[in-house]
Each structure stands twice: as structure tokens, then as C-alpha cells.
Design a protein around this ligand. Sequence first.
Ligand code: ADP
Length: 186
Amino acid sequence: MGPPGAGKGTQAVGLAERIGGAHVSTGDIFRANVSEQTELGRTAQRYMDAGEYVPDEVTNAMVRDRLAQDDALKGFVLDGYPRTVDQVETLDGILGELDGEQEAGLDAVVALVVDPEELIARLLKRAETSGRADDTEEVIRHRQEVYTAETAPLLQVYGERGLLREIDGVGSVDEVAARIAAALDL
Ligand code: ADP
């Protein structure tokens, strides 16, 4: 977990490699569907371009399908999901259903902590090169607000479950990766 620009994608890819599991990024799956112009992509694009969350029923169905695929049965790193309280409940249900095929439940929730102004600066820099439609300053600021309102409360939920590992997200990619590995005893 972490606000937009915290480095979730970069770290999640590295962590998935390290544990030999699947990297499941809802943002990546949405973007792939947008470029393939699928129906899911057309639905998602309207929300993404505005910096809004895609509706829970759309996102939840997609994650349910993805986690049932073979590579995810060995283990996975979820990147950008869950992002709402409703998604937490759905994920609990999905993991419960998968019980028997693998250990149910999450091992840990890694939260990257980065100062808000540093985040905006990072995202504006990324906007110069990414070509992502959701990388304009207005949309970037809106996405931070949506994160604070919808997703930040999940930190408390996972904190109460004893799963939360808060990691300083400022530093080089390797430094942050090392902090994550240490926090997860990898
Ligand atoms: P970030 O830059 O924050 O890492 P992502 O690449 O994970 O962003 O996601 C890009 C966009 O895709 C989000 O702003 C949102 O519109 C949509 N999205 C991704 N994951 C979810 C989710 N779990 N629930 C709803 N919308 C999502």
C-alpha cells in the first residue's frame, strides 16, 4: 500500500520476483485493457483519466479471476489492491474460498510512507515521460485526495490485524527494497 507515487509498482515487481510469486497490479491490468480496447478497458478509462477509483464491483471481479490463475496459487504480491473497505471485505472472501489450495489470508501488508509534497514532485516528473493521461497536476492532486479519503483508512484495518509493516519509502530503489525484505524476514 501507499499513496500514488510512493513507489508501489517498482517495489511490488521486485518483491514478487524475490518470493517467486505473481505480481498482481490492478492498475496494470486496467491499463492493459485500455490499450487493448476491451469493454473493461472502456469502463475503466473514464475513471482513471479523472483520477477516480474504478467501481468496486468491476475491480473485485477482475481480482477474483486473476487470483484463481495458476501462477497466483503459489503466492502473490497485490499492488494497488485493496484500495477501499469494500475491496478488503471482498479480498477476505476470495482468500477464504481459495483455502485448501493454498494458505488462506495475507502474510503481511507493506505500506510505503512518503511525504505528500515529495510525492507530487515525483509524479510531476513521471508525467513528463510516462504519457499517462492521469499524470496532470490537477489529476495527481485529486488522486492524493481520493487516497486519503478511501484508502488511508485501510492502514488502520490492517494495523489492527497485526499485518501492517510501515516502510520509509524515501531512498534508492535498492534501499527501499532492502527495508521491505528485512521487515518481511526475507
Ligand atoms: P498508482 O499510480 O497509484 O500506483 P495504479 O497504477 O495502481 O496507480 O492505478 C491507476 C488507476 O487505476 C487508479 O487511479 C484507479 O483509477 C485505477 N485503480 C487501480 N487499482 C484500483 C482499485 N483497487 N480500485 C479502484 N480503482 C483502481
